[in-house]
Design a protein around this ligand. Structure first.
Ligand SMILES: Nc1nc2c(c(=O)[nH]1)N[C@H]1C(S)=C(S)[C@@H](COP(=O)(O)O)O[C@H]1N2
Ligand SMILES: [Mo]
Length: 204
C-alpha cells in the first residue's frame, strides 16, 4: 500500500490542471504504462531500414546507422493516451519530422501521411500536423535509449494528438493525396484524435 504516493500524484495533477495542461477526462500518471497491440518486435540494426513512399519526389531508404547520423533535436512534451492517462514533461531525443520531410520532398498533392510500423500497425496523421516543431522520430526518452516496449529503436512522437498516433517501431511513411484510417482508426477510434476536444471515438 502506498499511503503518500497518491497525494503527490494528485498535487501534480491539480498543478497541471491549473496550468491548462490536463486535457478533459484525463488523469496524471507518474508511471509510464506500456500499451500496444501485439508483441514487441525484435530489432536487428543490420537489417532495419526506414523508407518513404507514395507522393514524394525522392523516396528515401535509410539504414539504422544512416538514421542515427541525421541531425538531432530534443523535445519536452506531454503524452495523452485515449485510455485516460497523461504523462507530463517527457524528454525525447531523435530526428525531427521536418528533417525527413525536407529529404524526401513530398509532392504538393500530399495532404496526409500513413505511418507504417513493424507487424502491420498503421496510423494516419495530416501532413500539416506532422510539420509542427515538436514532432519527431525518437530514439531516446529521458536520456536513455528508448526501451523496446516503448517503441525502441524508433517511435514517432506527435504530442498534440492522442498517443495512439505516436506510433512505436516505426519503419516508414506513406504520403497520400487524402486521409485514410489506420489500425485503431478502423477499429472505432477517431480519425484525428485531438485530446483537447476529446476526439476519442469515431462517434465523438
Ligand atoms: N506500433 C504501435 N504503436 C503504438 C501502439 C500500438 O498498438 N502499436 N499503441 C499506441 C497507443 S494506444 C499508446 S497509448 C502509445 C503507448 O505508448 P507507451 O507504451 O510507450 O506508453 O503507443 C501507441 N503506439
Ligand atoms: Mo493509447
Amino acid at each position: 500500500m502506498n499511503l503518500f504516493g497518491d497525494n503527490e500524484r494528485k498535487a501534480l495533477e491539480q498543478k497541471m490542471k491549473e496550468e491548462g495542461r490536463l486535457p478533459p477526462g484525463q488523469s496524471l500518471t507518474l508511471k509510464w504504462p506500456v500499451l500496444h497491440y501485439g508483441d514487441v518486435p525484435d530489432f536487428n540494426p543490420a537489417t532495419w531500414n526506414f523508407r518513404t513512399a507514395g507522393l514524394v519526389e525522392r523516396p528515401i531508404h535509410l539504414s539504422w546507422e544512416e538514421f542515427l547520423n541525421l541531425p538531432r533535436v530534443q523535445v519536452t512534451a506531454d503524452f495523452h493516451c485515449v485510455t485516460r492517462w497523461s504523462r507530463f514533461d517527457n524528454h525525447w531525443e531523435g530526428v525531427a519530422f521536418r528533417t525527413i520531410y525536407e529529404m524526401t520532398k513530398p509532392k504538393p498533392e500530399a495532404t496526409h501521411v500513413m505511418i507504417h510500423c513493424e507487424e502491420g500497425y498503421t496510423t494516419n496523421v495530416p501532413l500539416a500536423d506532422l510539420l509542427e516543431e515538436n514532432v519527431l522520430f525518437a530514439f531516446k526518452h529521458d536520456g536513455e535509449p528508448l526501451p523496446p516496449e516503448h517503441g525502441g529503436p524508433l517511435r514517432l512522437v506527435v504530442p498534440k494528438l492522442y498517443a495512439w498516433k505516436s506510433a512505436k517501431w516505426v519503419r516508414g511513411l506513406e504520403f497520400m493525396p487524402h486521409d485514410r484510417p489506420g489500425f485503431w482508426e478502423q477499429n472505432g477510434y477517431h480519425i484525428y484524435g485531438d485530446p483537447w476536444k476529446e476526439q476519442r471515438f469515431d462517434t465523438d
